[in-house]
Design a protein. Sequence first.
Length: 199
Amino acid sequence: MQHLYKQGTNDYTILLLHGTGGDENSLLQLASLVDEQANVLSVRGNVLENGMPRFFKRLAEGVFDFEDLALRTEELYAFIGEASERYAFDRTKVIALGYSNGANIAANLLFTYADALAGAVLHHPMVPRRDADMPNLQNVPVFIGAGTNDPLCTKEESEELAERLIAAGAQVDTSWFHFGHQLTMDEVQAATAWYQKTF
Ligand code: MLT
């Protein structure tokens, strides 16, 4: 997968996953705010929708192509493994930081594999699928940044995602913002504070 890798000085690797229309450069600043010393693996989604990179296909806004979601999740999981060998980072210390479509594929990594992520910062995620036989996510810390007026990820859906993750054993912290789908500085600061107290 097209990506950027930046070597850091601690054991963590931040896996950056952009929103629709972004690329591997879009969230770089967030990684340095959250953990300046971590390695950064920033990946570009392999799907193009009218020229806009995404991590998996959708049939309409908020309506996922589940077959493609499964395939792309497997592809991303394999890619993280390959990258950990190529760049010699600790595969057990990968923390996803994703926004919107990137948060959705990160959520689906959590819904699919017990060992994909050591933690996740999910900005405006949705429930990736409802058929999942959840893996054991015991003690995996997850931050959810949600908007009370987000038309794509409703309040109910954000709450449902948190409940499903908690039921699988994850430690979920949800922060609410009185905005829509956009990522605000307040939310970035809340995610940074959460990350720094958690890792
Ligand atoms: C998605 O397709 O992942 C969600 O609708 C969020 C988006 O990318 O717009």
